[in-house]
Structure formats: C-alpha cells, structure tokens
Design a binder for this molecule. Sequence first.
Ligand code: NAD
Length: 257
Amino acid sequence: MDLNGAAAIISGGASGLGEATARELAGAGATVVVADLNAERGKAIADELGGLFVQTDVADESSVQAAVDAAVATGKPLRAVVNSAGIGWAARTVARDGSPHDLASYRKVIDINLIGTFNLMRIGAAAMARTEPVDADGQRGVVVNTASVAGIEGQTGQVAYSASKGGIIGMTLPAARDLAAVGVRVLTICPGIIDTPIYGSGPEAEAFKAKLSAPVPFPKRMGRASEFGHLVRALVENDYMNGEVIRFDGGIRFQPK
Ligand SMILES: NC(=O)c1ccc[n+]([C@@H]2O[C@H](COP(=O)([O-])OP(=O)(O)OC[C@H]3O[C@@H](n4cnc5c(N)ncnc54)[C@H](O)[C@@H]3O)[C@@H](O)[C@H]2O)c1
C-alpha cells in the first residue's frame, strides 16, 4: 500500500508510539489525522506534519465517527488506520491487603484499550470499504493495532492491561477474515519495552525503565518509538502481511515479575 497521497488516522498520535507513527507516515507522503484526547500536543504535532488534529476519545462511538469523518473530508482516500491510544494499569486480582481488584478500573482499561481499538477499527474500515481499490488484488486499506507482549505473557499486577491487550491479539485474525471482503488487511504489533512518556519522567521513571529493559537480549536497551513507526510503515507497505501478530521486543520474554 502506497501511503503517498493517502489519508491515515492515528489514535494516540499525540504521544509516544502514535506520535512516531504519525511522523513516519507523514514522511511517506500521507495526510495524517491525529486522533487523541490531548488537544495541546495533538494539535502541535498535526500542525507540524501538515495534518489535522481531531480531539477523540477512542472509547466513544460518536467521537471516533467524527475523527474518521474528518479523515474522509481531507479528500484523500483513507488507507491506514493505526490504533495507538492506550493506558497502562497496575493492580493485582487480589491485593496484598486482601481486597479484590477494583471493577471500575478493570472496565476502564478494557473500554479504552480493547473496545477503543475495535471502535476505530470498525468505523475506519467501513470508511475504507467505500474507497476505490488501489490494485488488482482489490486492496483498499490497512489497520495496524497496538497490543503488547503483556497480552501474551502478562506479569503480576497486569491482569486488566493484559486482558485488554490479549483481546486485541485475539481479534486480529477474525477481523482480518471479516475485512478480506472489503480489501482491508489487519495486523497487530506487540511492543516490549519502548521508551515513551507512558512510563513518566524523572529519576524514578528512569530507574523503572532500566529495570524493565535489563532482560532484553539484544539490542540491550529499550526500543525507540521511531523503530515502532518504521515497523508500522513497513507493515502497511508490504501487501502480503495480513492477519498476523508481530512481537516487537528485542527478544524479551516477560517473567512473572
Ligand atoms: N511504551 C511501551 O513500552 C509499550 C509497550 C507495549 C504496548 N504499548 C502500547 O502502545 C500504545 C501507545 O503507548 P505509548 O507508550 O505511546 O503511550 P503514551 O502515553 O506516550 O501515548 C498514549 C496516547 O494515547 C492517548 N490516549 C489515552 N487514552 C485515550 C483515549 N481514550 N482516546 C484517545 N486517546 C487516548 C494519550 O493522550 C496519549 O497521547 C498503548 O496502547 C500502550 O499500551 C506501549
């Protein structure tokens, strides 16, 4: 799929992996729509990239519809939908003090990370289905979702987060099968430990990141957001990639803690 002259929508495009993806896709000639809750950062990035910002809550139906409508209104055919919005969460199923995991926070993580991803995938793919195919295969567009290796080997205290990411992994193949009918490919990336603002900043955050990334076999460091953006672009551009979940983690395998 050639991104030059296409529209691309990136949820979570105001920070971290989404921001790096917006930069990469804009660099490939796409008109990017940054769909994020964070208006200040999102607008600044969209302006810098010659794209547009739409304040979006991925968990909200009308909000995502408005973001996709804005992408369609650019006049460029929508060819890429990248789901990068997400939140972290840490709590045990039963806490050390014996209290059960708070249900409202579990629901919130599922709502944003899993339902939010499905929400943009379904509305974005419906818009792609209304475009003209680009090639003899009948291809119209690509959806790239962001899960996590925590969705495969969730650690202690990640029960909500891992469930949300495991859900994204689980829907990748059936979604690809569904969307074959409209010429849309679906892929999911599982990042390991990538250096983004999700871990916070300051000395404590730096120490936490160093501890997290110490077991990475090679390269012995955190991943870079730009490396994630590069992978998204490669997946979008490679027409035979479909229905697959790709680890992007320097070879790390999470231990229980
Ligand atoms: N950084 C990592 O190591 C890592 C590893 C595995 C998975 N991930 C996943 O990658 C994705 C991006 O993470 P990141 O590290 O870039 O985080 P980040 O915090 O830097 O960026 C996340 C962005 O999502 C936006 N967002 C949050 N809730 C939203 C909502 N309801 N609607 C729209 N936007 C919303 C935030 O405003 C923010 O701009 C997340 O889904 C995260 O779970 C990250």
